[in-house]
Design a protein around this ligand. Structure first.
Ligand SMILES: C[S@@+](CC[C@H](N)C(=O)[O-])C[C@H]1O[C@@H](n2cnc3c(N)ncnc32)[C@H](O)[C@@H]1O
Length: 321
C-alpha cells in the first residue's frame, strides 16, 4: 500500500512552486508529495529527495523514474542537510519540505516493529536500515562501553540498556504515558528472566500493567479508544530515532540553505514535535524568517475522514528573509 501524502494541496500551495524551482524533500517516504512537486516545477526544476531508509529510496525510484535527472536521491539523515546539499551541489533552493515520522509501508509491511499490532515482529524501530544491517553482520553487535558501535541502537537494545529512571523518563516525556513508573518497573523485573526482543514481548508487559491497574482481566483494556501500548510505542520510536533532536538540528540548517524568499514547510504529528518547530520559528521571526502561518494549518473534514493519519497533522510555513 502506498503512503497517502497528508495536506498535499496545502503543501503545494505554500511552497509557491513554478517551473524552475529547486526543492528539497527531506522526508521522501513514498514520494507522494515529491511526485506532485516534480510535476509542478517541470520542465526545469529539480528535487533533492532525502530519506534515511534505504528501502524508501529504492521504492520511490519506481514512482519517480519518469522525472529522470530532475531527481537527486540521498540516503541520509536530514540532520546532515548542509553536508548533503554541498555533496550533491544542489543550489538556488526555493523550497524545503519536512513531513516528519513514519510512512505507511514502514508501519505496515517491513517487519520493523513500529506497530504494536504486529506482535511477532522484532522490536527494531530504526528508520535507518543501514544501521540495522551493520548490527546484523556483526552479531553480537560490537560495542564500546556497552553501547552499540554503529550509532543508534534498536528498540530492544534500548530497553535492555536503560535503567529504571531512563525508561520511566522516556515513557513520560516522549509518550506522556500515565503509567510510566509501573511500566518501567515491570520492564526492569521481566528482563531479569528473559530478553525483551519482540513486539509481543513488550505489548504483553504493558497489557499486564494496565490489567493490574484497572483491575480487569480483559485481553486488551482499551483506554478511550486507544490501545494501552500506543504511548509506550510512540515514546520508544522517538527515543530510538532521536526524533526531537534531529528536528532541532535540521531547522537552522534548512533556513541557512534556502535562498532569500524561499519557503520551509513542516508537518508535525504530535504536540512535542510541534512545540519544537513553533518555538524555533518564533525565535527567528523577523530576524532570519517571516512566519507565514500564524496558526498551524490542519486538514479538512474530507481529508480527516479519508486519511486517519492526517487527523493529528499540523503544517507550519516560514519564508526566509
Ligand atoms: C511521513 S513519511 C514521508 C511521506 C512522504 N511525504 C510521502 O508523501 O510519501 C516520513 C519519512 O521520513 C523518513 N525519516 C524519518 N526520520 C528521518 C531522518 N532523520 N532523516 C531522513 N529521513 C527520515 C522516514 O524514513 C519516512 O520515510
Amino acid at each position: 500500500m502506498r503512503h497517502v501524502p497528508v495536506l498535499l494541496n496545502e503543501v503545494l500551495e505554500n511552497l509557491q512552486l513554478k517551473n524552475g524551482s529547486n526543492v528539497i524533500d527531506c522526508t521522501l517516504g513514498d514520494a507522494g508529495h515529491a511526485e506532485k512537486i516534480l510535476e509542478l516545477i517541470g520542465p526545469n526544476g529539480k528535487l533533492l529527495g532525502i530519506d534515511v531508509d534505504a528501502e524508501a529510496i529504492l521504492r520511490t525510484k519506481q514512482f519517480l523514474y519518469k522525472f529522470d535527472k530532475r531527481v537527486v536521491f540521498a540516503r541520509d539523515n536530514f540532520e546532515n542537510l548542509e553536508k548533503i546539499v554541498k555533496e550533491k551541489k544542489f543550489e538556488n533552493i526555493t523550497g524545503i519540505l519536512m513531513d516528519y515520522g513514519w510512512s505507511s509501508p514502514q508501519f505496515e509491511e517491513r517487519g520493523r516493529g513500529f506497530s504494536f499490532l504486529k506482535t511477532d515482529e522484532p522490536l527494531d524501530m530504526r528508520y535507518d536500515t543501514y544501521l540495522k544491517c551493520m548490527h546484523e553482520v556483526s552479531n553480537p553487535p560490537m560495542s564500546i562501553d556497552g553501547k552499540p558501535l554503529y550509532g543508534p541502537c534498536s528498540a530492544a537494545e534500548l530497553l535492555d540498556l536503560k535503567d529504571y529512571g531512563g525508561l520511566e523518563e522516556m515513557f513520560r516525556k516522549y509518550g506522556e504515558e500515565s503509567l510510566s513508573k509501573e511500566i518501567a518497573q515491570a520492564i526492569v523485573e521481566k528482563r531479569k528472566d528473559y530478553t525483551i526482543e519482540s513486539v509481543g514481548d513488550l505489548v504483553n508487559i504493558v497489557l499486564q500493567v494496565y490489567r493490574k491497574k484497572l483491575k480487569t482481566d480483559k485481553e486488551i483494556p482499551w483506554i478511550g479508544g486507544l490501545h494501552p501500548a500506543t504511548k509506550v510505542f510512540q515514546a520508544l520510536r522517538i527515543a530510538v530515532n532521536d526524533e526531537l533532536g534531529v528536528i532541532e538540528r535540521v531547522l537552522p540548517q534548512a533556513i541557512e540553505v534556502l535562498q532569500s524568499g524561499g519557503r520551509l514547510v513542516t508537518i508535525t504529528f504530535h504536540s512535542i514535535e510541534d512545540s519544537i518547530v513553533k518555538h524555533y520559528f518564533k525565535s527567528q521571526n523577523n530576524k532570519t524568517i517571516n512566519i507565514i502561518t500564524k496558526k498551524p494549518v490542519i486538514c479538512s473534514e474530507e481529508e480527516r475522514e479519508n486519511n486517519p493519519r492526517a487527523r493529528s497533522a499540523k503544517l507550519r510555513v516560514v519564508e526566509k528573509i
